[in-house]
Design a protein. Sequence first.
Length: 130
Amino acid sequence: MTCVTLPSQPTSPLLNGMINPSGNHSNLGKKPRTPLPPIRKNSTPPEPWAKSDSEKVELFATHLAEVFTPHDNTWDSDVDKKLATNTQPSGNLHAFTLNELKQVIKQLNPHKTPRSDLITALMIQEMPPD
């Protein structure tokens, strides 16, 4: 009877150093952590690095104040005119009978997508008649 012994460590050069002694593969594909550098203050002349948390907060607040300015609230007369126009039809609606309404409901395409009210044609067609 021949006894074969298996190596205790991986023999593949690709696997060497990738499995820790406990057999855990948790470090596969992970990059080593590098510390984040301090934030540089952009000013003329250049100031030293912002190292403390309070310096970083002040620098970030200054940056946001420079980048995000308040919105100009001047009123646009064109927008005012468009909002003032009547969007409803000015003519009177003609009267219709219940039978005409039923005919229109039967002709609705049940496969069309609903509009903003999310009511589908199929929902209307499946409503009880009374």
